[in-house]
Design a protein around this ligand. Structure first.
Ligand code: PLP
Length: 431
């Protein structure tokens, strides 16, 4: 496969953009490649790069594209919206309809405020939790990623983990000391922290997907809920990935656990920039202009992005009876067959999956349940896997510590083609 044009663009990109990319994992640094591929087109489960190469896509824009690229319903809505104007800086009717739809699909959200990214959603949710509880400290789990606001870039997952560090420079000591981190699944330590430290909120990915996918123990989630209630700590489910993905009502519906607040992003924008934070009215009423917790945005509730999100959520709502099961079945099939290939070649892997997400951990461990486990992975083997897939027309997340995303556009034929290449990759690793 020829990547001449992508390499040329990357050379120029590095002159004008730090690292040549606008989000670090996109540089393909951790998978030992000279340059990333520069994408130029997507259709269904496939994308094309500037060199004209075609790939089956398991990045799916890191989550928003649960219907695949360029879904006709979303394109039609976006075309409609574009004709009417790009942005008004005034409220629009569709924002209200999107908010109503979110609250209908996710009943723990009684009121919701739209943002332009998941980062803004989590940042604002934390600020709101501090104001509501009148407490300063917050807690999060190691290896979970909640966007790139200062308070949440502590023992973080995603791109930081990929590039081998977890705390960003440039954050004041004061901010760092107010964020307490706990290993995922460690109830004893969580209990200790919540009991003693007067914590405003615990923010968590109910299904961690930013250190690779971790399947949470439902008893752990229930205990977390109880501990938060007992200690007056607000429980924030960061469902930027899991929202509208595991079920229409996200992980909270999937596991039957009700958080106090929820943050959303990715899918709710249908591939356009939308995030949201919401929860009980009693809490949300503190947001300006009702209350004095400030949140604003020139492009918050942008009409085009909102229309894309509205079309996306309407589609998911109309098809919820079959769509989520179908997605889960696709992932069950691919992970079951991939495990067989791994066994055949004696490659030690743990494949964690839930709903339409999965991660292949190259590890000798029997289970991957937290950051420490995830860090046991052999990232060199992951790089071989990634590069074999890429050279054979399949683009996976360029990091051991991320999720593969499956969409409804991933047909049986596409899954079977993927499995053939996974088999080749495992064979190479096993040799
Ligand atoms: N929260 C979670 C769980 C995420 O996975 C992400 C991004 O990947 C974010 C928050 C931040 O969202 P965004 O990248 O839209 O700012």
């Amino acid at each position: 496969m020829n990547h001449k044009i992508s390499k040329e663009i990357f050379k120029k990109a590095q002159k004008y953009i730090p690292g040549g990319v606008n989000s670090p994992v996109r540089a393909f640094k951790s998978v030992s490649r000279e340059a990333p591929i520069f994408a130029c087109k997507g259709e269904g489960a496939k994308i094309w790069d500037e060199d004209g190469n075609e790939y089956i896509d398991y990045i799916c824009s890191w989550g928003p594209l649960i219907l695949g690229h360029n879904h006709p319903k979303i394109i039609a809505g976006v075309r409609d919206a574009i004709e009417l104007g790009s942005s008004f800086g005034l409220p629009t009717k569709k924002e209200v309809e999107l908010a109503e739809l979110i609250t209908k699909c996710c009943p723990s959200i009684e009121m919701v405020r739209l943002t332009t990214s998941g980062t803004e959603a989590t940042m604002s949710a934390v600020r709101l939790a501090r104001a509501y509880t009148n407490r300063n400290k917050i807690a999060k789990f190691e290896g979970c990623y909640h966007g790139h606001s200062d308070a949440l870039l502590v023992k973080s997952g995603s791109g930081l983990l990929t590039d081998g560090y977890q705390d960003s420079n440039g954050i004041t000591e004061g901010v760092l000391k107010d964020t307490i981190t706990i290993p995922f699944g460690n109830l004893k330590e969580l209990n200790n922290i919540l009991e003693k430290k007067n914590i405003a909120c615990l923010i968590m990915e109910p299904v961690p997907a930013n250190m690779g996918v971790i399947y949470p123990d439902v008893e752990f989630l229930k205990a977390v809920r109880e501990l938060c209630t007992k200690t007056g700590t607000l429980l924030i489910f960061d469902e930027v990935i899991s929202g509208f993905r595991l079920a229409l009502g996200g992980a909270q519906e999937y596991f039957g656990i009700t958080p106090d607040m929820t943050t959303l992003g990715k899918i709710i924008g249908g591939g356009y920039p939308v995030g949201a934070f919401g929860g009980k009215s009693e809490i949300m009423q503190l947001v300006a202009p009702m209350g004095r917790v400030y949140h604003a945005g020139t492009l918050s509730g942008n009409p085009i992005a909102v229309r894309a999100g509205y079309e996306m959520l309407t589609y998911l709502d109309e098809n919820k009876e079959t769509l989520y099961k179908e997605l889960e079945d696709k992932v069950k099939y691919i992970t079951k067959e991939a495990k067989k290939s791994a066994e055949k070649y004696g490659v030690n892997v743990v494949i964690n999956s839930i709903g339409s997400l999965f991660t292949v951990f190259f590890t000798d461990k029997k289970e991957i349940n937290n950051l420490k486990d995830a860090l046991s992975s052999n990232t060199e083997n992951f790089a071989i896997y990634f590069n074999t897939m890429l050279e054979n027309g399949i683009i996976c997340p360029p990091s051991q510590f991320e999720a593969h995303f499956v969409s409804i556009a991933h047909t049986q034929e596409i899954l079977d083609k993927t499995l053939k290449v996974i088999d080749m990759a495992f064979k190479t690793i096993g040799e």
